[in-house]
Design a protein around this ligand. Structure first.
Ligand code: ZN
Ligand code: FE
Ligand code: FE
Length: 274
């Protein structure tokens, strides 16, 4: 949800269309850095009268951050930006910040994963008191992006110094574009069984429910409205009905205009599947 006009405005936008969960950026998502949140901005968010209408509120990190960057300046910027965003999310008392693990930019998967582990260790060591966790997101595997195999997320969790400060977010469009099958309820069930076996469902804290414009295995990340893409309704029906996901917040990252009509339609579609 857009934070235009201040983070507290996102609460109003979400409540105006009866959302029960909300994902926000904690600053402009295409900018490396921003001035710190002012005390007034923080209290406008925390003390908002509609805050309690949302069962779950969490953040998504900006897209510039690459913890596996090979360029020293990009890598340094990435560490600083992630650290600053974790501070902002913590000030807003958000439970986790969703993060794409990183892109190895030619260094190779192994080297990339090692670099991500080291980067996470560095950032978390610098913020010993922050309660906000990092939720690693499954990715489509565009270019050299890591996180398109469940094994990548499992490796990172298994190797960081503080695994309890990490958790996981699964994006349906991403896992589909990465090659996992979601065409039927049965296939979706199998995908989650594999996720459980390799990562562990106990680490799952959020779901990004997006259909995909691109075909399975395309490794191209293009979100589509629920039921209008290559995934279709079956996978979403399974997710909306499975008891294990009842308390897992689900958010849309589908195209939308200022009026939020598309969000309302997609939520209606999902809720009707229950
Ligand atoms: Zn994401
Ligand atoms: Fe996502
Ligand atoms: Fe995406």
């Amino acid at each position: 949800m857009s934070i235009g006009g201040g983070v507290h405005r996102a609460i109003e936008r979400s409540c105006s269309i009866k959302c029960t969960a909300m994902q926000i950026f904690v600053k402009n998502n295409m900018q490396w850095f921003a001035r710190p949140l002012q005390r007034e901005e923080i209290s406008a968010f925390l003390d908002h009268t509609q805050r309690a209408e949302l069962h779950s509120v969490f953040a998504h990190a900006n897209y510039l951050i690459n913890l596996a960057a090979t360029n020293p300046q990009f890598h340094a910027n990435s560490l600083r930006a992630l650290s600053e965003e974790l501070v902002r999310a913590d000030q807003l008392e958000l439970p986790f910040l969703v993060l794409h693990p990183g892109a190895h930019v030619g260094a190779g998967e192994e080297a990339g994963l090692v670099k991500i582990v080291g980067s996470i260790n560095h950032v978390l060591a610098g913020l010993p008191k922050a309660k906000t966790r990092i939720a690693l997101e499954t990715t489509a595997g565009q270019g050299s992006c890591l996180g398109h195999r469940f094994e990548h997320l499992a490796y990172i969790i298994a190797n960081v110094r503080k695994p309890g400060r990490l958790c996981v977010c699964l994006d349906t469009a991403h896992v589909f574009a990465a090659g996992y099958e979601l065409a039927t309820e049965k296939a979706t069930k199998r995908m989650f069984a594999e996720f459980d076996r390799i990562v562990g469902l106990e680490h799952l804290v959020a779901l990004h429910l997006n259909d995909s414009k691109t075909v399975r295995g395309s490794r191209v990340d293009r979100h589509e409205h629920i039921g209008k893409g290559q995934i279709g309704l079956e996978a979403f029906r399974f997710i909306m009905r499975d008891r294990r996901f009842r308390k897992i917040p689900k958010v849309l990252e589908t195209p939308k205009g200022k009026e939020l009509k598309e969000d309302m339609e997609n939520m209606q579609t999902l809720r009707s599947l229950r």
